[in-house]
Design a protein around this ligand. Structure first.
Ligand code: AHG
Ligand code: MN
Ligand code: MN
Length: 335
């Protein structure tokens, strides 16, 4: 790559955030190489321990966390909150930003050569480490992800729409290919881990039952289902061709608030989706109005095409007797 070509063009990125975005992109290019090499380089998907939440940590989870933290230490980032670290870490005491990160999202897909990613969220730092992140999601100044798939891309928002940059492997630079990404409105795809059906609440079951019933059901149309197991890949599909994603709360112990983490998974995805004209809720309320009570707190997450997310909220708003009645009559939501 020519030495005078920046890894990502500066003109659409707020000047105060540009060095941090550049740092994330620089590390991402190295991560891409490690992923592409797979077991020819080092074993990436083997378990090396557990994070604070009791989730198994894979070698690549730990490695990417170290790589991002090491580079961001030289930037204007004071507080670094990572899925892989129990507490917030102080990187640069002079820094004015607070950055939360899921360094490697979709770790169950590392060894099967399926898209994975990095999710990040940026706030202006406060004096306290935790208070810099335990605040309403609508105080984010940047949210985004990097997807490592057949193509590598950066989806990012600074609160003025959602931008998509694609890594050109010939030049090693991220090229802006879409400024003003919008969630398409006319998709009939839903994404949920259907193996948990028996654990879901009635409103979620009613919504999915109605999708699965297809043309014979109250929705009177057929739906298609996808479940990748990488939030980044699901979000990327929805930003590209619409649809709805659900990781609701369910009856399994530990899943009372779903699975996904508010600070470094749900908040940045909600920011990207809302800036692209979609909606993101916990089933009823916008994620952007939420505030995590603990660094690794979870929240149910439902997002995508606006009309579909609003419909799920309608199911949640019904009194219990009416949701139960849905199982019998299936008539309430006839279009
Ligand atoms: P992570 O790899 O960072 O722990 O995140 C995995 C998440 C998310 O990417 C995905 O949507 C979800 O876990 C999949 O969960 P299930 O295995 O329960 O389907
Ligand atoms: Mn994740
Ligand atoms: Mn992760």
């Amino acid at each position: 790559m020519p030495s005078n070509t920046p890894i990502i063009a500066a003109d659409k990125i707020p000047a105060d955030l540009y060095p941090v975005i550049k740092s994330l992109c620089t590390v991402a290019v190295d991560v891409v190489k490690i992923i592409a090499k797979g077991p020819l380089g080092q074993s990436l998907g083997h378990e090396v321990g557990e994070n604070s939440d009791g989730d198994g940590q894979k070698a690549l989870d730990v490695l990417t966390d170290e790589m991002f933290a090491a580079d961001l230490k030289n930037q204007n980032v004071r507080w670094y909150a990572s899925e892989e670290q129990e507490e917030v870490v102080e990187l640069n005491p002079q820094g004015t930003l607070a950055l939360a990160i899921d360094p490697l999202d979709g770790s169950s897909n590392i060894d099967v050569n399926v898209s994975i990613g990095t999710i990040f969220s940026i706030y202006n730092a406060k004096d306290g480490a935790n208070e810099s992140f335990l605040r309403p999601a609508n105080e984010q100044i940047c949210g985004g992800y990097i997807i490592y798939g057949p193509q590598t891309g950066l989806m990012v928002t600074f609160g003025k729409g959602t931008q998509y940059y694609l890594l050109d492997p010939d030049t090693g630079t991220f090229v802006l290919i879409e400024d003003g990404v919008t969630v398409p409105a006319d998709s009939n795809e839903f994404a949920i881990n259907a193996s948990n059906y028996r654990h879901w609440t009635k409103p979620v079951r009613a919504f999915i039952d109605d999708c699965v019933a297809g043309v014979e059901g109250p929705r009177e149309k057929n739906f298609n289902m996808r479940w990748v197991g990488s939030l980044v890949a699901e979000t990327h599909r929805i930003l590209t061709r619409g649809g709805i994603f659900l990781y609701p709360s369910d009856a399994r112990p530990g899943y009372e608030q779903g699975r996904l983490r508010m600070v470094y998974e749900c908040a940045p995805m909600a920011f990207l989706i809302e800036q692209a004209g979609g909606q993101a809720t916990d089933g009823s309320d916008p994620i952007m109005n939420h505030q995590a009570e603990k660094l690794h707190a979870r929240t149910p997450l439902i997002f995508g095409t606006s009309g579909k997310v609003a419909r799920v909220a309608t199911y949640h708003d019904l009194p219990e007797e009416e949701v139960s009645a849905l199982f019998g009559s299936r008539g309430l939501f006839r279009n």
